[in-house]
Design a protein around this ligand. Sequence first.
Ligand code: MG
Length: 334
Amino acid sequence: MKISEIGEKQLIKKIAQIVATAPSSLGVLGIGDDAAVNVVTPGSLLVTTKDMLVEDIHFLRSALSPADLGYKSLAVNFSDIAAMAAMPRCVFVALALPKDTTVEYVLEFYRGMKQLADRYGAVICGGDTVGTPGPLIISVTVQGEADRDALLLRNGASPGDLLCTTGPLGASAAGLALLTGKIPCDEEMRRQALQAHIRPEPRLDEAAFLSASGHVTAAMDLSDGLLRDITEICEQSGCGALLRESQIPVHPAAVCVAEEKGADPLDLALSGGEDYELLLTVNPEGFHSLSDTYRNRFGQPLYLLGEMTASPGIVMFTKEGKRESLTFKGFQHF
Ligand SMILES: [Mg+2]
């Protein structure tokens, strides 16, 4: 059944049934009134992020199931909340829906989204739906809470701080390549790449753990590709960065896909984007103990990429021992 056959009011009723949640300590008044009402934990900071995804720019409707699209639309926002070392609480969703969209498509979208929201105790509190003659547009706002002392920002890095990430890079870009082209690839690698691209895991628990250690000086999430994102931390902190090529954790799926395409796997890791891992700077005194306790807690290492420098710009020590200046080659909207 098309959304135009049941109208906005009925569609919202059906959405409300899916996202309905038991009254919680948040004191949430969600969908149904003129505005949502939430209680903010006394003493915490309200952290808000918003992301907009446009069909054919950020996603291909034919390549993702509606549930995956719902999950991913929320995951990219949760990743920004994680980057601040906050926890997500309230989710607001605005959809511009092409008229021929089916009701089931919209409901599946919300089911996928709720799956992730439930895992972190966040509530889908409201939003808006409109019809459009254009492409499907998804705008998600997430409000989270953070302790004042726990907040992680981009501007706290100093020269000498170690630069690290919570996971290998390039898998999502490999997943996108696999979705959009016929590329032979090992089955397990294909699974991991598609998982990274379609259902990225926001590093919320990891960020809370890392922030509590007191050793992290700056953080952000990797959405636009390592090179472009490092630039953000460098600019905001007034530093440069030195990367060691031999230490860049290129995901094996990126190696697999790049080889088939005749591309350099390192390019996928540096500029592929949508990794949704955390990029952190850590004071060098604390790094080894932090990396040990992190591995014990999450069963994954912190991947050391290099260090922050006093001189501006991003430099890489190549495997051949050369010093190369790097510039970002990733996607730009404008
Ligand atoms: Mg971000």
